[in-house]
Design a protein around this ligand. Structure first.
Ligand SMILES: Cc1ncc(COP(=O)(O)O)c(C=O)c1O
Length: 378
C-alpha cells in the first residue's frame, strides 16, 4: 500500500492484500482451529518453524492468530504509524505493556482507574511501586516507566507529552501513552517520542458501543513480535466476533471521529461563551479551552470528543443526566451516541459535582440545545 494514503483511505484499504475471497466485506472467521497444509512435503515441525521465525504468519489456532485480527492489525499499523498488536480490551493491552517492560517503578498521573488497579495487582504480586507523575524528574531510574494519558480522563484536557518523554529518556526509562481520548488524526504521539502507544479500541475505533478491544503500537518490529508471542500465552487476542465488528467499524472511523470532534468543539465553545446563562454551571474543561503553547502542536484539531463540566452541587450533578433527552446516562465513550455520566459512579477519585460528556455524531445544534435545556432546569 502506498505510503501517502490518508487515514480515511487506509481505514478502508490498508488490509486489501489480506482478502482471500471476493467478499467486499471481510467474512467472519469463528473457527478456533485451521487445517494444516495437505502436502506432507511442506509440513514443518514447531521447532523448524520457530527457528525460521515464520510461525507468526501461519494461522493455526485462534488464540495465536486469526484472519480478521491480521487485517485489523494491518489497518491499525497504518493508521497509528507503527507495528500494532490487537488485544481483547484496552486493559489487556495495558497489562501486556506492563508484562513487556516489566518496570520496578511506574510514574502515573490522572488516568483511567483500571490502569491503576492493574498496577495494584502488580504491586501485590511482585512489588511494583507507583509514584505520582510529578515526582518522575526526581525519582526515575533506568528501566522505570512513565504512564501518560493525554487527553486526560475525564477532563478532556491535555498534558505536555514531550516534557515527560525528555525526563524518561534522559534517565534510561520509557514512556507508554494511553491515547484513547485522541486517536489519529487528533494526535500523533510518536512525533513526540513516546515508546509505545495504547488505545482502548472499545472507544472510537469500535465506535458503536458494541465491542471490547485494545491495541498496542510500537515502532520496533521486534517488540511487536515479542508482544505477539506473549499474547499467545496470555490468551488476550481480540475475540473472533469482536474482531469482525471492529474491522467493520474501522471502515467508517475517519468520518465518525472528525464529526465527533467538530461537534465537541462547537458545544464547548457555545457553553463557554454562554456560561452566564447557566448559574448551575461552575466549570468546563476541554483542551480547546487550554492556553498552553504545546496544545496546538500536540492536538492539531484542538482536542478530543470528551469534555467535562462541574455543576454547583453533587445533587445537581445527579439530576442533570435525567434532564437530557439525547445524552444517555451511561459510562464509556467513543460511540456514535452521545453520553453523559455522573462520574462519581465509576471513579472514586473524581469530584461528585463532575459530569463527563462523550460526544457522538448527532447534529451539533441538537446536542447544544439538549445540554442547554438540561442546564436551565437545574
Ligand atoms: C482512557 C482509557 N484507557 C483504557 C480504558 C480501558 O479500556 P477497556 O474498557 O477497553 O478495557 C478505558 C476504558 O474506559 C479508558 O477510558
Amino acid at each position: 500500500m502506498a505510503e501517502n494514503y490518508r487515514i480515511a483511505t487506509l481505514a478502508i484499504h490498508a488490509d486489501d492484500h489480506h482478502a482471500h475471497t471476493s467478499d467486499i466485506a471481510s467474512p467472519i472467521h469463528l473457527s478456533t482451529t485451521y487445517a494444516y497444509t495437505s502436502d506432507p512435503a511442506q509440513l514443518k515441525s514447531f521447532k523448524e518453524v520457530a527457528e525460521a521465525g515464520t510461525f507468526y504468519d501461519d494461522i493455526v489456532y485462534s488464540r495465536e492468530n486469526q484472519p480478521v485480527v491480521v487485517r485489523i492489525e494491518e489497518v491499525f499499523s497504518k493508521l497509528l504509524d507503527g507495528h500494532a498488536v490487537a488485544y481483547s480490551s484496552g486493559l489487556s493491552a495495558f497489562h501486556a505493556a506492563m508484562i513487556y517492560y516489566n518496570p520496578k517503578n511506574v510514574f502515573i498521573g490522572q488516568s483511567y482507574h483500571g490502569c491503576k488497579q492493574i498496577l495494584s495487582i502488580l504491586k501485590r504480586n511482585s512489588g511494583v511501586q507507583s509514584y505520582p507523575l510529578e515526582s518522575a524528574s526526581e525519582l526515575i531510574q533506568p528501566g522505570d516507566l512513565i504512564h501518560l494519558e493525554s487527553p486526560i480522563n475525564p477532563y478532556g484536557t491535555a498534558i505536555d507529552i514531550e516534557k515527560y518523554v525528555k525526563i524518561a529518556h534522559s534517565h534510561g526509562a520509557v514512556v507508554l501513552l494511553d491515547s484513547t481520548f485522541a486517536p489519529p488524526p487528533l494526535q500523533f504521539p510518536f512525533e513526540f517520542g513516546v515508546d509505545m502507544i495504547m488505545h482502548s479500541a472499545t472507544k472510537y475505533f469500535g465506535g458503536h458501543s458494541d465491542l471490547l478491544a485494545g491495541v498496542l503500537v510500537t515502532k520496533d518490529p521486534k517488540v511487536a513480535q515479542t508482544l505477539h508471542d506473549d499474547r499467545i500465552c496470555l490468551g488476550t487476542i481480540t475475540a473472533s466476533l469482536e474482531s469482525w465488528l471492529l474491522l467493520r467499524s474501522l471502515r467508517t472511523y475517519d468520518l465518525r471521529i472528525r464529526k465527533q470532534v467538530a461537534n465537541t468543539i462547537k458545544i464547548v465553545k457555545y457553553l463557554d461563551e454562554h456560561r452566564a446563562e447557566f448559574p448551575a454551571l461552575k466549570s468546563i474543561t476541554h483542551a480547546s479551552l487550554q492556553k498552553e503553547e504545546f496544545i496546538k502542536r500536540q492536538l492539531p484539531l484542538n482536542g478530543g470528543p470528551v469534555f467535562s463540566i462541574e455543576v454547583a452541587s453533587p445533587e445537581l450533578a445527579k439530576i442533570m443526566p435525567s434532564k437530557t433527552k439525547l445524552f444517555h446516562h451511561a459510562t464509556s465513550l467513543g460511540g456514535v451516541e452521545s453520553l453523559i455520566e455522573w462520574r462519581a459512579m465509576s471513579d472514586s477519585e473524581i469530584s461528585e459535582t463532575l459530569l463527563r460528556i462523550s460526544v457522538g455524531v448527532e447534529d451539533a445544534d441538537d446536542l447544544v440545545e439538549d445540554l442547554c435545556n438540561a442546564l436551565k432546569q437545574l
